[in-house]
Design a protein around this ligand. Sequence first.
Ligand SMILES: [Zn+2]
Length: 198
Amino acid sequence: MASQEIEALSAALARLPGLGPRSARRAVLWLIKRRETSLVQLIEALGAVREGLVECATCGNVDTTNPCGICADPRRDARSICVVEEVADLWALDRARLFTGRYHVLGGKLSALEGVRPEDLAIAPLIARVSAGGIDEVVLAMNATLEGQTTAHYIAERLEGLPVRLTQLAHGLPVGGELDYLDEGTLAQALRARRPVG
Ligand SMILES: [Zn+2]
């Protein structure tokens, strides 16, 4: 019986990004040894996430409120939107504490290989947000990967003709670099030196 439960937990953990079957089994054994401390903390944290977190209907951020804390914060500049691939990128950029505007999470990137089309991403809601007016600048903060840049190019085309300044993160980001992995100083620099698209 016990091994069945261990197998089920190992299989669930092995599906997490960055974990394979081997490290998942090690994590399970580690948790079993700490069932009254770390395992309880993990269960409680997972429960809190399940109960308490929602997706912001405006920007796609994950928070305890909808609209999220960033969209609801009157001190943040509603005229400037920074477009990112994933929530992790939003969090990374916000940790750099340089961008004072709001965000828009696409939920991925265009990929012919993985069959991700524009309609699979939150691109139409972005166009609608910008078309509604009141926005001066859209910062395209896709990862410096081929797919990230293809996505940025597509969005730039779709926003053409709308009265908005399009900028992108400064080059100097490592090629193939994902925002989530960059230190805050590098991100802050890329934001500070952002330049017009095209
Ligand atoms: Zn939001």
